[in-house]
Design a protein around this ligand. Structure first.
Ligand code: DAV
Length: 366
């Protein structure tokens, strides 16, 4: 039985993994991360509120979109971890399968991750991955090399203050909190456009990690392109920075949106997208630039949406400018309440990982 097959972000969706907010913690300070809100276990109230919205999304996917939905194991991530290289008081959570699992065609890669609190996160998906491995004889199951996450993997002099000039200089020079000691990438740094994978170098993916991925998929004809959005002073995951909204057809180019306050560099745009089937447009502004209390993502979660087919998207219900933009392009929007989930690492795209979409791997680049 064919279960794992997903080459892009828009083909008709058949199966998806949807995260859980249970046992979720804001990580404590570590060499690669400085918390901006209270650390430790999220309040029961917030977990409960998010669970209602995430469970509602599950029902919408199942009953309105006819999609098979799998949920990870509820592991107690409030527990400490000790490895030969570090120890931490508590971990993070399995709310965002997108960050952990990279689906490329028939392969699921457990990404290296880059934060200590997320070291064992992919274990929450092992029941599902085992099941896929047993039932789908073509499924490839890979774990990318686990980094040590020891001190020397991080730049100890990285300026954590997002308002200081030094921080801007670092980001302008493509220097981030992780260095090049070991390959690192979070799966959510990868945008899948068929044969081309667009990967953001960032706080959670270094060049060595991007090169690991490049070498890993090269023999199957994939190309891996590195991109940057230097206006983003906390670049973490590509799925609120470059998002496909309309797939290309024979008649017209596809549309990717990019927040105008953190544009892709001209060099990256020209090098990667010239002659391709894509145009890059400014994303519509979020409904509000204010994010819920203790949400560590930006308001650009407004475009962190899920395409369930080439002309249908699931979008957070208050993100009206995004909804209007999509509908003007002929994309139908299913509106769901999701803002209470924003404080669990992201929105609908972050908190899902599509496992099967009907379609093949196409080439949209010259
Ligand atoms: O814009 O803060 C959101 C994605 C987090 N998983 C941002 C990135």
């Amino acid at each position: 039985m064919k279960i794992v097959n997903s080459h892009n972000e828009w083909d008709p969706l058949e199966e998806i993994i949807l995260g859980v907010p249970d046992f979720w913690c804001t990580p404590q300070k570590e060499p690669g991360y400085l918390p901006t809100s209270r650390t430790g276990k999220q309040s029961d109230e917030y977990i409960h509120k998010a669970a209602l919205q995430i469970d509602n999304l599950e029902r919408v996917l199942r009953f309105q979109c006819n999609v098979t939905v799998r949920r990870p194991d509820k592991i107690d991530f409030t527990q400490p971890v000790r490895t030969p290289f570090f120890s931490i008081e508590h971990q993070h959570g399995a709310s965002c399968p997108r960050d952990t699992l990279l689906v490329i065609g028939n392969e699921i890669i457990e990404s290296t991750m880059s934060s200590r609190a997320r070291y064992f996160e992919s274990m929450a998906y092992r029941t599902i991955l085992n099941d896929y491995f047993e039932k789908d004889e073509d499924m490839l199951w890979t774990m990318a090399p686990k980094p040590t996450m020891s001190e020397n993997m991080y730049n100890s002099d990285f300026p954590f203050d997002t308002n200081c000039q030094e921080r801007k200089d670092w980001i302008q020079n493509y220097k981030y909190v992780i260095n090049e000691a070991e390959p690192c990438f979070d799966a959510a740094e990868v945008l899948r456009l068929g044969k081309d994978l667009i990967v953001q170098q960032s706080m959670t993916a270094n060049r060595k990690g991007i090169d690991w991925l490049r070498r890993h998929v090269k023999s199957r004809g994939y190309r891996v392109h590195e991109v940057h959005f230097p206006g983003d002073l906390n670049p973490v995951h590509i799925d609120a920075s470059l998002v496909p909204l309309v797939p290309p057809t024979n008649e017209r180019k596809g549309i990717l949106v990019n927040p105008p306050d953190r544009p892709i560099t001209k060099e990256d745009k020209d090098r990667i997208f010239t002659g391709s089937s894509w145009e890059i447009l400014d994303a519509p502004f979020p409904n509000s630039m204010v994010v819920p209390e203790s949400c560590e993502s930006s308001a650009w979660l407004s475009i962190n949406l899920l395409m369930v087919g080439p002309d249908k998207a699931i979008v957070e219900e208050t993100e009206i400018p995004t909804i209007n933009f999509l509908e003007s392009l002929g994309i139908k929007c299913i509106r769901v309440p999701y803002r209470d989930s924003y404080r669990f690492g992201g929105s609908i795209h972050c908190q899902t990982s599509d496992v099967r979409r009907i379609g093949e791997c196409h080439n949209y680049f010259p």
